[in-house]
Design a protein around this ligand. Structure first.
Ligand SMILES: NC(=O)c1ccc[n+]([C@@H]2O[C@H](COP(=O)([O-])OP(=O)(O)OC[C@H]3O[C@@H](n4cnc5c(N)ncnc54)[C@H](O)[C@@H]3O)[C@@H](O)[C@H]2O)c1
Ligand SMILES: O=C(O)[C@H](O)COP(=O)(O)O
Length: 469
């Protein structure tokens, strides 16, 4: 099968562009296996894993936006993929133009992959969010089109937690104001309204990866930690869970937000919540811009109810570095910029060398595993399915990936299509309306691949079929 030359239409999802002629992976891609299957070992045969590639890898087009870390870019380039890396996000019309052409897109928190955009992404098989948040992608619509989405669930958590620690102390000591004053030639040595953080209460809203990491760091500084989460979770150290957001607001000197952007967290902190906070307390938002009602924050700070705030995320953020942050983006920007003891940062919570290179490696590896092998381990909108490797001693083995509607009778139909072949192994799982099936089939002749593909595509439940070999 190594000389297989195939002329296929892109609608088959085997290829990358409608008129492309392409060949099986060159032998140079058949590199030594990174691991061998346990089954092969148990049989006493050190079988070599067959490196699956769906197409000549140089035909895989990847678009990376928002300055994805070079470590991630390199992993994709090393596969031979055609990678275009752009430092900023793109306006929607340009995004649509470019996304039509690619099989893989990598984004960070800024790029919105809405249904409207994804409808145009006819070649797209997978999205990599090189960040934690996935709220910028219409996950359900992507799944309905058989497009898998991956992210990096915790590689920047520590960076965010450390930033919050810095902000807690900076707010308590009015550091940003003092520094700004001195930059402007003003000596203003004050202690009024400046505090130690030892013994103060930190209220964490959302006790997930970031919240729990922060909890440990804050306790090490002598803070009392309480947290509120919709899920009951074990507190680390002596941190205590409180029953309601109101309880947390009532007891905290510092409130810090670490929830995802969802319908439930929109304006989670608004006028009513500011009124419930302690007089002279502080708010920190490194979560998502829409979680805080900013005009209400401006009022609460002007009245002195809130003594300081640190805001890293905004409902509308500039596309890239050097772009203006002004009232055209959010109509309250100027009012915000005029407030005292307010730290404004350009969404840098996860922006450290450590976090970005770890995320680059993690997400790019997940994309490669998905493109080349069909593995959905870590996908956020698909069931997680993986199969141990096909091996080179299984001649003419083909991996079938069949993403389909989760309806009764599909397995019977798929096995009907594969009837005349030996299914060496098969795994399938479902998540909501979507199901994902992988099967390794032996002894498939070159000329049979297209027919199998077409028969699967024609099944009424089919969302996307890929044949890897
Ligand atoms: N500023 C940045 O650069 C930056 C970096 C990383 C993450 N983030 C944001 O931080 C968010 C949290 O990250 P994480 O890794 O800790 O996520 P996580 O999923 O590990 O934890 C989120 C926690 O919030 C809880 N939660 C959800 N809805 C809630 C609600 N309505 N009230 C209370 N708790 C609720 C969840 O149960 C979960 O425990 C991300 O979704 C992302 O939007 C921002
Ligand atoms: O979701 C995240 O991980 C953070 O918001 C960081 O996003 P960024 O990669 O766009 O900085």
């Amino acid at each position: 099968m190594s000389n297989l030359s195939r002329q296929v239409s892109n609608s088959l999802n085997l290829s990358t562009s409608p008129n492309l002629s392409f060949h099986s992976p060159p032998t140079s891609f058949r590199q030594p296996p990174s691991f061998q299957s346990s089954a092969s070992y148990s049989a006493g045969v050190a079988a070599i894993a067959k490196q699956l590639k769906p197409f000549d890898t140089k035909d895989v087009k990847v678009l990376l936006l928002e300055n994805v870390n070079q470590a991630g870019v390199n992993i994709l380039k090393e596969q031979g993929y055609q990678v275009e890396a752009i430092k900023s996000s793109l306006p929607e019309d340009q995004l649509i133009e470019k996304i039509r052409d690619v099989q893989v897109i990598g984004i960070r928190s800024k790029t919105k992959l809405t249904e409207r955009v994804l409808q145009e992404a006819k070649n797209l098989i997978v999205i990599g969010c090189f960040c934690i948040g996935t709220n910028q992608v219409d996950l359900k619509y992507a799944a309905s089109q058989g497009i898998a989405v991956f992210n990096s669930p915790f590689s920047n958590s520590r960076s965010v937690a450390e930033l919050v620690i810095a902000e807690v102390i900076a707010l308590a000591r009015q550091l940003a104001d003092r520094s700004m004053e001195l930059h402007n030639g003003v000596w203003n040595k004050v202690s009024k309204g400046c505090w130690e953080v030892r013994g103060k209460t930190l209220g964490i809203v959302g006790y997930g990866h970031i919240g729990s990491q922060l909890s440990v760091l804050a306790e090490a500084m002598g803070m009392e930690v309480i947290y509120y989460d919709v899920v009951t979770l074990m507190g680390l150290g002596t941190a205590k869970q409180v029953h309601s957001l109101d309880d947390l607001l009532d007891q905290s000197d510092f409130v810090t937000l670490h929830v995802p952007e969802t319908a439930d967290t929109k304006n989670l902190i608004g006028k009513e919540q500011f009124e419930k906070m302690k007089n002279g307390s502080y708010l920190i938002n490194n979560a998502r811009g829409k979680v805080v009602d900013i005009p209400a924050l401006i009022e609460a700070m002007r009245s002195g109810k809130i003594a300081g705030a640190a805001i890293d995320v905004f409902p509308n953020e500039p596309a890239g570095n050097g772009d203006y942050f002004n009232n055209e983006l959010n109509n309250w920007t100027k009012d915000l910029q005029g407030l005292k003891n307010l730290i404004l940062t350009p969404h840098i919570g996860g922006s450290t060398e450590e976090a970005q290179s770890a995320i680059g490696v993690e997400v790019s590896n997940a994309l490669v595993k998905y493109v080349n092998e069909g593995s959905t381990l870590g996908a956020v909108n698909m069931p997680e399915v993986q199969l141990r490797n096909l091996t080179l001693d299984e001649p003419n083995g083909v991996r079938v990936v069949f993403i389909h509607k989760n309806v009764p009778g599909v397995l019977r139909q798929v096995n009907g299509v594969l009837l005349n072949h030996n299914i060496v192994k098969q795994s399938s799982d479902s998540r909501g309306d979507i199901a994902y099936l992988m099967a390794d089939v032996s002894d498939v002749k070159e000329e049979e691949i297209r027919n199998l593909f077409q028969s699967l595509e024609e099944l009424p439940s089919s969302l996307r079929t890929r044949m890897l070999y």
